[in-house]
Structure formats: structure tokens, C-alpha cells
Write a protein that binds this ligand. Structure first.
Ligand SMILES: [Fe+2]
Length: 496
């Protein structure tokens, strides 16, 4: 989740954009190696790791369904400290891929840092060399472009027999799915080298990949749109100038349209990327409706100020486009909550991220917005059917909690808002769920697989629940004597 332009030189940035690199000038500042006294009870979730993790068997209770044989990959910020320096925002630690292999003999885990150029340079130097998107580092050097600070820590996605470790401010990194060895950056076209590529590409029903890249520079805000064929060749890329540079992290796809939300967290100038955004409660956000066929901007529709990291699915119904979104009241979580988490301070970190349903009438350019659930983040669904109305999975808070910690897995009906949940109790933080088909062609029939951290016992685990019966709790639970840092996103690759 991040992208970039700290104290950006506008002229240099514009020049960089034209040449496919985004230049950043960063100023040296204080280090933050000291930890606070008021540690959150779950502070272990942000201790971080310093080394790759070798293979370890997990203790499993329950019988793993055959449909769940395969590998759960997850990505997340892991290298919080190096050489006595520590990052102060959750956006910034270098990414590590976690691999959980599920088979007839049980579940095993190993983890490996993504070997970005940044990681390799800093490993050699024995210290952090650059500021992050939300952290300043003592004695940092100016970065030449976004790739200098690419931490590849946000998502991991299979594509063309490889894994892509994704960030949002620069290139995806190519990994070997078996060894997690990093083979380099993925460049879609020479002139797109290092250009932002979001961590949330979407695959359509033909296998093609679509994505956005956000360039929110003040006065020169734009959005890059990508269409990549299933063979890996770039079909089309286009830069769309925007009225203003609202923070954008994810987008939506329907059969005909690509939909982006230009949020009311608007880029101005700041010491680093996160500082740069100002929440503008009086400025409407914009829904941008693009034609997938040629990337023309068909409509710009103003909606009440919104901040969204993650969207669920989207579909068309007659003259309407309907989608779900996990929406915050404002940008507090990105700007302050995520910093408090990384600094291991207690919550609350944000208001609930509510699951909203937007229904857009394209003819009249009007939008109906309904609240479906009080709390749901990391929305997921049966991605075999990307353009259909179906239940949304996610993590949610117990309404009795006031600390913003998500301890429950939930499933929400996008029409009625009916929600069922399973809460793991006060010692557990749950992570993004993945839907796994049971092999039938029925939408949403199968299992829900997710990782979790028990921060009291300092053990990471994974659970499997039946979709449609989430409230019954897990049918399989596995734990290990390892405490992984909380991650962001992942994917499941079934054993073929
Ligand atoms: Fe994300």
C-alpha cells in the first residue's frame, strides 16, 4: 500500500514520469529505533523478522478437505528493523512471502524475503538507506526513483506460472512459486519501467489481467490503466489525467467497465508520501467509469467523500453497475492508525471499515449508497465468477471491542446485508480470507482459508471454515511455534 513522492521536485517528477521512472527527493531525518513504553498487547504482531524462515511442520487438528490441497501464499511488511533503525509506518518494512503448503500429510510453512534491489543494497550496507512512504530514516539518501524504495510487501498473485510480489508505487517482482526465489522485476513495456502498478490487479473471466497505477502528484495527478493479456503481453496502457490526486489503492472491473475511486484524501506537499495527503471533508470523491474497450473516460460521478483501501466485486444489472467497498470515514487509518500499529502502540486505529454497496445508474449518473455491514475489511469472493453478485468474505471487528482489532471472519450477503461471523476471541487477530472452491460450479460453494495470529501464545496459525457456515467455526486449525508479522494480502494456488 503506498506510492510516493516525498519532497518531490515537480519538474523532475514529470520528467521521470515521461521516461518511466518516478523521481523522489527525500530529506534525511531522525531515526526511530526506540520503542514506546505503552506497547499494545498485540505488539508482537509488529516485531518483524530479520531472516528467511526454513520449512516447519504445523500441528493440525481436523481433516483437510482435498479441495484445500495446495499453497496459501501471503505477503506483508516484515523487516521492521535494520542496523538499529526502525520504520514507523506499516507501509514501509520490506516484504516477505509466507508459504503454507497443505497436503494429505499436513501443513508446512516457510518464508522468504523478496530480494528487491532495495533489500539487497541495504543488506550489504547493514542499514536502511532510504526513507519509506511513511517513515523517515536518519542519514537517508535521496532515492533516484520509486524502484529504490520498492519493498514489494503488499500482495502476491500467480501469473503465467510465476508469482508476482506486488507493491503499488513501482514494478511487480517475479518469484518462483516453489522456492520463492526472486528473479527480478516485471516490466510490461520499456517506457513503463518503474511506473506504479497497484497491488490489486484483477483477472477477468478470460484470464486477462487489468490494473491501475496511481500518480497523485499535486497539479499533475494521473492514473495509469493497464490491460495485460493472459499470455503476459501488454495489450494497452494509458495515462489519464485527473482533476485531483486522491489516494487510490484498488479498483473494480465489470464486463464493460473499469471503475476507479478518486478519493477525498488528496495529495499536496509533505515530508513523505503519507504526509502528503490531506483529508478534504468538503471535497466530493469521484467515481471514474472507464470503457474497458479503449480506456476512454465515460463518466465522472461525484459521490460523498470516501476513503477506500479495498473493493469487493462488481457486476452489471441492466443499466446499473453495482459494487461493494470497505469504506472508512476518512483517511485517519492510513495517516495515523497504521503508524501507531507499526510503532506497537495501542488502538483504536480507525473507525470501523463498513461494507458499503454502491449502485450506479449510468444513464442518470446517480448513485445509491447503502451500508451492508458495520465492519468488514479485506473483502474477498469466489473469483472464478468475478462479475456476479455473490457473498463477500472478510475480517471484522467484534462490536464490543474498541481497539480496531479484527478477530472475526465474516460472510455478508450483498443484497440483504445478512452477515454471519465466527469470532476467535480476544487473543487472536485474523487475516485476509481466501475462498476455495469445492470443485463444483456453484458460486460460493466451498471453503474459506485464512491465517491468524494468537498474540498471547505468539503462534501463527491457519484455519479452514465452510463457506455458508462460517458461524459454525473452523473445521481445520493448524498452529506453529512461529510468530509471523501481520501481513496484508495473499492468494491460494490449488495443487494441480
Ligand atoms: Fe491492499
Amino acid at each position: 500500500m503506498k506510492n510516493f513522492n516525498g519532497n518531490i521536485s515537480r519538474r523532475k517528477f514529470t520528467k521521470g514520469l515521461m521516461s518511466g521512472s518516478t523521481a523522489i527527493l527525500l530529506s534525511p531525518s531522525l531515526s526511530l529505533a526506540n520503542k514506546p513504553d505503552d506497547l499494545a498487547p498485540w505488539s508482537v504482531a509488529f516485531n518483524g523478522l530479520t531472516q528467511d524462515l526454513g520449512e516447519l511442520d504445523m500441528s493440525v487438528s481436523g481433516k483437510i478437505p482435498e479441495s484445500c490441497f495446495g499453497t496459501l501464499y501471503r505477503n506483508g511488511p516484515a523487516l521492521f528493523e535494520r542496523g538499529g533503525q526502525r520504520y514507523s509506518h506499516w507501509f514501509d518494512p520490506d516484504g516477505m512471502i509466507q508459504s503454507f503448503n497443505l497436503n494429505e500429510n499436513g501443513i508446512s510453512h516457510f518464508g522468504r524475503f523478496v530480494r528487491t534491489e532495495k533489500y539487497k543494497r541495504e543488506e550489504q550496507a547493514g542499514r536502511f538507506l532510504f526513507d519509506g512512504a511513511g517513515s523517515t530514516i536518519a542519514g537517508s539518501f535521496p532515492s533516484r526513483n520509486n524502484e529504490d524504495i520498492n519493498v514489494a510487501n503488499t500482495n502476491v498473485q500467480p501469473f503465467q506460472g510465476e508469482l508476482l510480489a506486488l507493491w503499488e508505487g513501482g514494478s511487480a517482482h517475479r518469484l518462483d512459486p516453489e522456492s520463492l526465489h526472486t528473479s527480478g522485476v516485471k516490466t510490461w513495456r520499456d517506457d513503463l519501467k518503474g511506473v506504479p502498478f497497484s497491488a490489486h490487479p484483477r483477472i477477468d473471466d478470460t484470464g486477462d489481467m487489468w490494473n491501475i497505477g496511481s500518480l497523485p502528484m499535486p497539479g499533475n495527478a494521473s492514473l495509469v490503466l493497464y490491460h495485460i493479456g493472459q499470455n503476459g503481453n501488454l495489450k494497452k496502457a494509458q495515462v489519464q489525467r485527473l482533476d485531483f490526486g486522491g489516494y487510490q489503492h484498488d479498483f473494480l472491473l465489470t464486463p464493460k467497465y473499469l471503475i476507479a475511486l478518486n478519493s477525498s484524501a488528496v495529495a499536496h506537499h509533505g515530508d513523505h508520501f503519507v504526509d502528503m495527503f490531506q483529508w478534504q471533508a468538503e471535497r466530493p470523491s469521484q467515481l471514474l467509469i472507464f470503457d474497458k474497450a479503449d480506456f476512454s473516460l465515460l463518466k465522472t460521478i461525484e459521490v460523498p467523500p470516501a476513503f477506500v483501501f479495498h473493493f469487493g466485486n462488481a457486476w452489471e444489472d441492466g443499466g446499473k453497475v453495482i459494487f461493494t467497498a470497505s469504506q472508512y470515514t476518512d483517511a485517519q487509518f492510513m495517516q495515523h492508525g497504521m503508524a501507531r500499529m507499526a510503532q506497537q502502540k495501542p488502538g483504536p486505529y480507525h473507525d470501523d471499515s463498513r461494507l458499503m454497496r454502491y449502485s450506479i445508474d449510468l444513464q442518470s449518473a446517480t448513485v445509491e449508497i447503502d451500508k451492508l455491514a458495520e465492519s468488514l475489511e479485506f473483502p474477498g469472493f469466489d473469483r472464478r465468477f468475478p462479475f456476479t453478485q455473490q457473498n463477500v468474505l472478510g475480517v471484522s471487528e467484534n462490536k464490543n471491542r474498541i481497539d480496531s482489532i479484527q478477530s472475526a471472519i465474516s460472510e455478508v450477503n450483498p443484497e440483504t446485508g445478512m452477515q454471519q461471523s465466527y469470532d476467535y476471541g480476544p487473543d487472536v487477530i485474523v487475516e485476509e480470507p481466501q475462498f476455495i472452491s469445492d470443485g463444483s460450479q456453484t458460486i460460493g460453494n466451498g471453503y474459506i482459508l485464512h491465517s491468524f495470529l494468537n498474540f498471547r501464545s505468539e503462534r501463527t496459525g491457519i484455519s479452514i471454515l465452510r463457506s455458508g457456515a462460517v458461524a459454525d467455526g473452523p473445521i481445520v486449525t493448524a498452529e506453529m511455534d512461529r510468530c509471523l508479522p501481520l501481513g496484508f494480502h495473499g492468494c491460494f494456488l490449488a495443487t494441480s
